[in-house]
Design a binder for this molecule. Structure first.
Ligand code: SAM
Length: 254
């Protein structure tokens, strides 16, 4: 096993992560100011990192050992090999190629916000479901959840994660348009990015039932105003603004 070491935090290098997986990375972890991307063999990459060879066994056992359960609101996010008998609502998520292991600030912001805003029995849309983590969390809180993603390759992983958690969640390929016939929704949670929220702002209303709420994250602090302006233009009222590190979650009502 080889590791490609990049200078920077996972948040700073976030835009490169899909590219690293596309080029064959088997896993990533953050280590003291660096991101380590694991590959079966070295290859020519244009990101300015440094290659280092690791013994296979060391890599796998060290990675599994170092991956700790993550808390977010009432949830504890576990890998399938983590034993858990403590408090909290367990979410068992296989750390794989799909985004949404609970190790990113935006996923944790959305999990905590779901626990504050979701009432049992409500219909929930998870727009950009990735690993399915938010839809699974919504189901565990008593919601009826639908997860959609434009990247069809993540859906088998989301389905497998839902099965692991005994959560009844429906997953579909697509985006907001494809979800609309299955609405309206009481709660829409979307961990995307600021420019996409701005683009979708005029269509979010169509997805919501009267009294519906939106939980929008994936928004960098410096871009929050861009989303706020678009949402204010569409007549949404800001209910809550939460921050973790340089990331923001905005909750809206209609
Ligand atoms: N929901 C998970 C979480 O909070 O950890 C994953 C969020 S990840 C940052 C964003 C996901 O949205 C990716 O899986 C990506 O494929 C998907 N996505 C990006 N643009 C989208 C769009 N326009 N419609 C639906 N899904 C989209």
């Amino acid at each position: 096993m080889w590791v490609y070491r990049l200078k920077g935090t996972a948040a700073e290098l976030d835009p490169l992560i899909p590219d690293l997986f596309d080029r064959g990375a088997r896993g990533l972890e953050e280590r003291e100011g660096e991101v380590w991307a694991y590959f079966p063999a070295p290859l020519d990459l244009p990101f300015g990192g440094v290659w280092e060879e690791l013994p296979d066994e060391d890599w796998l056992s060290a990675w599994r050992r170092d991956l700790k359960p993550v808390w977010a609101g009432p949830f504890v996010v576990l890998a399938p090999w983590h034993p858990w008998e403590g408090e909290g609502i367990p979410l068992v998520i296989e750390p794989g190629m799909a985004f949404g292991t609970g190790h990113h600030e935006t996923t944790r912001l959305a999990l905590s916000a779901l626990a504050r805003h979701l009432r049992p029995g409500e219909r929930v849309l998870d727009l950009g479901t990735g690993s399915g983590i938010l839809a699974i969390a919504a189901a565990k809180l008593g919601g009826k959840a639908l997860g959609v993603d434009i990247d069809e390759t993540v859906l088998p992983q989301a389905e497998e994660n839902a099965r692991r958690n005994g959560a009844g969640v429906c997953f579909l390929p697509g985006s907001l348009e494809e979800a609309l016939p299955h609405g309206p929704f009481d709660l829409l949670v979307a961990n995307l990015f600021a420019e996409l929220h701005r683009e979708l702002a005029s269509r979010y209303r169509q997805a919501l039932a009267p009294g519906g709420r939106l939980l929008l994250t994936g928004i960098l602090l410096e871009k929050a105003s861009l989303v706020k302006e678009a949402m204010a233009r569409e007549g949404f009222s800001l209910l809550e603004e939460e921050r973790e590190g340089e990331w923001v979650l905005l909750a809206y009502g209609i």
